[in-house]
Each structure stands twice: as structure tokens, then as C-alpha cells.
Design a protein around this ligand. Structure first.
Ligand SMILES: NC(=O)c1ccc[n+]([C@@H]2O[C@H](COP(=O)([O-])OP(=O)(O)OC[C@H]3O[C@@H](n4cnc5c(N)ncnc54)[C@H](OP(=O)(O)O)[C@@H]3O)[C@@H](O)[C@H]2O)c1
Length: 325
């Protein structure tokens, strides 16, 4: 890479801390500034992470002329507003998932990126991870034949939840689907494409926030998928691709430790392991810088079409279950 990219961090919460730690391992990346709604939080975060500049508002952060890229890490309900603020200042944006609250917001974000001729990508680590790329290669090799069914689950249980928790507070985008279910929906779209039909069920709080959600999907050619996401079940995380000639199991013990298991009748299980150094945040950052280096306004690994297709399907699930949108 020919240049060093200066990053700004908008909203220094939990994931922003992890992102900055991973970015330290990336050549040609410098975290130059952080912006918080509260100057003290900004100064404290800057001190912990050795960041040169700290601002007490997001507006001051985006006005810093030395920043090339801003990582938006506020709760989902603010992603559209904060992303558009950055884009209007011609800052390239890497915005956390869920990209927006619904397809309408995501379309506004994409339109803003296009009007400002500025780079935009959803911070969605899955497609950057080597295990996903390897899974695609294994499927393309034909040893397993076609996928007939996908079974995906993602669950943890930290209950009882504080009503102000980002996970269940509607004002902060609370929803098992938007926090973790979207990874499973992404897997299904990545490996099987757009479903032709969908049925969904959810366990809702009185405020219509989904604690658990279950989605069944049908695809052309008799293929199907079922996904289950829950913040009330310590289910762990996994995706099984049930194919004509065997099974491909994608396992993430946590976001870092990933394996692929290939099961073929009459053969010992083949396990493919991957480097444990990153949960993917730095891979997203590297992709953004690569795209900027090539004058691309969007990524081909996680395109804006991928983000829009994902949220459109999540909108459908919410319409079918009555989840508070
Ligand atoms: N990729 C991943 O693995 C991953 C993991 C966790 C979370 N995430 C995503 O990252 C985003 C942030 O999650 P998080 O767990 O980091 O949340 P968090 O710890 O609560 O941090 C969110 C930050 O947003 C800012 N903020 C702005 N308006 C706010 C409001 N009205 N209420 C609360 N905070 C507000 C706050 O910073 P200031 O007030 O200081 O500006 C806060 O520190 C979410 O969209 C989530 O889905 C992604």
C-alpha cells in the first residue's frame, strides 16, 4: 500500500475498543482521532489506546481534515444518521452491523455514498474470514455436491437483561435478529442466494423485541434453510450445510476460533483449522484500505448490494413476526 490511512473512531464503546486493538496490527493504518458525545469518554478512550486526538462531539470528529476513514460504532438506530454525517464530510465509512434499522435507511446510506462519491462498507466480518472463503472453494470443488439444506443457529444467554441493554432496548435497536440472527441470514444468502418463500416465528417481549427468532426458507430447486437466533439460549454458533454427498460444518467456537468439518460417508471427518489471531475486524479494515488504494467506492467482498439484500430479508422476517421495526 502506498499511503498510510488515518482512521477516526465514532462512538467509543465496547466494539470500538476491540476494533482499535486489532487495527494496531495493521500496517498503513493509524487511529488518529476518536469522537464521543462526551469529551471525558473520548479523552479516556484516547488515553487507553494511545490515540492522538479526542473530540467531544461526532461533528468535530468528522470535520477533522486529516481523517481518511471513519469507523461508525454507535448502536444500530444511529448508523444511518452517523454514516451520512461522515459521508457528507467526504469521509470513507466502515459502519458496524446492523448497517441500518431497515431497508429504507440502508438505501439512504447508499444514496448518500453515491452522491458524495465516497466509499461505504458494512462492518460485517463473515465474508472476510478465510473459513468462509475456504467453504466456498470446497463447495465449488464439487466433492459435496449441491447444498440441499442449511441449518444455522446462534445463541447466548446473559439474562436477566437490564431494560437499558442495547440487546433489548428498542431505542438502541434491541433484537436478537439484528444482533446475531443477521449472521445466519447472511450465511444463507451467501451459500444459497435469495429465498423464494419465508416463514418466521419469534418470542417477543411486551415491547415486541425478539428474544428468540426462528426462520424457515424455501429456494428454487427444492432447497431449504432454517435459522434460529436467541439471546435466551446458550446454543453457541454453527452453520451446517447439508449437501448431496455429505455435510460441511462451519464452526465458530467464538468469532476467533473457526473450523470447517467435512463429513463424507465412510470417511473420517476432515477438519480444517484457521489462524486464531483475528475475529475479522482487522480484515474489514484491510479491505477498506485496499478498496481506497484501488479507487473503489465499494467492496466486492461485502458489497452494498449484499448489505441491502441482507436488510431486506431481515425486514421480511420482522414483518412476518411483528418484531418492533
Ligand atoms: N462486529 C461485531 O462483532 C460487533 C460486536 C458487538 C457490537 N457490534 C455492533 O457495534 C455497535 C455498537 O455496539 P457496542 O456493543 O460497542 O455498544 P456500546 O458498548 O453500547 O457502545 C455504543 C457507543 O455508541 C455511542 N452512542 C451514541 N448514541 C448513543 C445512545 N443514544 N445510547 C448509547 N450509546 C450511544 C456511545 O458512545 P459515546 O456516547 O461515548 O459517543 C456508546 O459507547 C452495534 O451496532 C453492534 O451491533 C458489532
Amino acid at each position: 500500500m502506498s499511503k498510510t490511512y488515518n482512521w477516526g473512531i465514532l462512538a467509543p464503546g465496547n466494539i470500538a475498543g476491540k476494533f482499535v486493538s486489532e487495527l494496531k496490527e495493521v500496517e498503513n493504518a493509524v487511529v488518529l482521532a476518536v469522537g464521543s458525545r462526551d469529551i471525558k469518554r473520548s479523552v479516556d478512550f484516547a488515553a487507553i489506546h494511545g490515540i492522538e486526538r479526542s473530540y467531544g462531539s461526532y461533528e468535530e470528529l468528522v470535520a477533522d481534515p486529516d481523517l481518511d476513514i471513519i469507523y461508525v460504532a454507535s448502536p444500530h438506530t444511529f448508523h444511518a444518521e452517523h454514516t451520512i454525517l461522515c459521508l457528507n464530510h467526504k469521509k470513507a465509512v466502515l459502519c458496524e452491523k446492523a448497517f441500518g434499522m431497515n431497508a429504507e435507511e440502508v438505501k439512504m446510506m447508499i444514496q448518500s455514498a453515491r452522491e458524495n462519491q465516497t466509499f461505504l462498507m458494512e462492518a460485517f466480518f463473515t465474508p472476510h474470514q478465510p473459513s468462509y472463503q475456504e467453504a466456498r472453494k470446497i463447495l465449488d470443488s464439487g466433492i459435496l455436491g449441491e447444498i440441499k439444506h442449511i441449518q444455522g443457529w446462534f445463541g447466548f444467554n446473559r439474562s436477566p437483561y437490564n431494560p437499558n441493554s442495547r440487546l433489548i432496548n428498542p431505542e438502541l435497536g434491541g433484537s436478537a435478529l439484528l444482533d446475531i440472527g443477521l449472521y445466519l441470514m447472511f450465511d444463507v444468502l451467501y451459500f444459497l442466494g435469495q429465498p423464494s418463500r419465508m416463514e418466521a416465528f419469534a418470542d417477543l417481549t411486551p415491547q415486541k423485541i425478539d428474544l428468540s427468532v426462528s426462520v424457515a426458507m424455501e429456494f428454487e430447486g427444492g432447497k431449504s434453510a432454517h435459522i434460529f437466533a436467541s439471546i435466551l439460549s446458550d446454543a453457541g454458533v454453527g452453520t451446517d450445510l447439508l449437501c448431496e454427498k455429505g455435510v460441511l460444518r462451519l464452526r465458530r467456537i467464538n468469532a476467533i476460533e473457526q473450523t470447517l468439518e467435512i463429513l463424507l460417508p465412510g470417511e473420517a471427518i476432515r477438519i480444517v483449522e484457521f489462524e486464531k489471531s483475528s475475529c475479522g475486524l482487522k480484515l474489514e479494515a484491510i479491505e477498506v484500505m485496499k478498496c481506497l488504494e484501488n479507487n473503489q467506492l465499494e467492496s466486492t467482498v461485502m458489497s452494498l448490494h449484499n448489505s441491502l439484500q441482507l436488510i431486506e430479508n431481515l425486514d421480511q422476517v420482522r414483518q412476518k413476526t411483528g418484531i418492533n421495526c
